[in-house]
Design a protein around this ligand. Sequence first.
Ligand SMILES: CC(C)(COP(=O)(O)OP(=O)(O)OC[C@H]1O[C@@H](n2cnc3c(N)ncnc32)[C@H](O)[C@@H]1OP(=O)(O)O)[C@@H](O)C(=O)NCCC(=O)NCCS
Length: 154
Amino acid sequence: MQPEDLDEVLRVEAASFAEPWTREMFQREMTPGVAVALVARSSEDELWGYLCGSVVVGEFHIDNIAVEPRVRRQGVGKTLLLAALREAARVGAKVVFLEVRASNLTAQALYRRFGFTVVGRRRRYYTGPAEDALIMCLDHLDEAVAARSRAERA
Ligand SMILES: CC(C)(COP(=O)(O)OP(=O)(O)OC[C@H]1O[C@@H](n2cnc3c(N)ncnc32)[C@H](O)[C@@H]1OP(=O)(O)O)[C@@H](O)C(=O)NCCC(=O)NCCS
């Protein structure tokens, strides 16, 4: 993700969340050194999705992922997640954490496919609408990436 991606990122963000992130929030996610901020683009260079997170002392925290609504359920989310996990493993992450709305079964299905499990719940973590967050975790990142890469090739 580069500054010139942000207009398109903000469009997909607005189409994906009731309380979308601002430009400044994405700019903070692009801090060199800790950021894993990726975009997926079509062969026509249309932005199809993005994922942002950060790696701090061996932990990769995924902060945001969204795919353009018109191209959902075509593997873009899987591709972004695998690329981000590979990059996080490359820079030393061993374990991955994220929060997801308790009602967001679609995203949970994506994460479970990669081996994430629910390890906790934050009560009323979200606003608009108020809702609990599930905390999901993927440990043994190297093994998970290798397994997922094998599955992609099969
Ligand atoms: C969650 C999201 C990023 C998934 O992106 P996507 O490109 O549609 O996902 P993929 O096509 O790569 O699907 C990967 C897997 O996720 C699961 N999945 C995705 N969409 C699903 C749906 N509508 N119903 C059930 N499972 C679904 C499936 O296991 C799927 O694998 P399969 O198609 O081989 O069965 C997308 O739905 C999105 O942008 N949602 C709005 C934003 C959001 O909720 N972000 C997560 C915040 S924590």
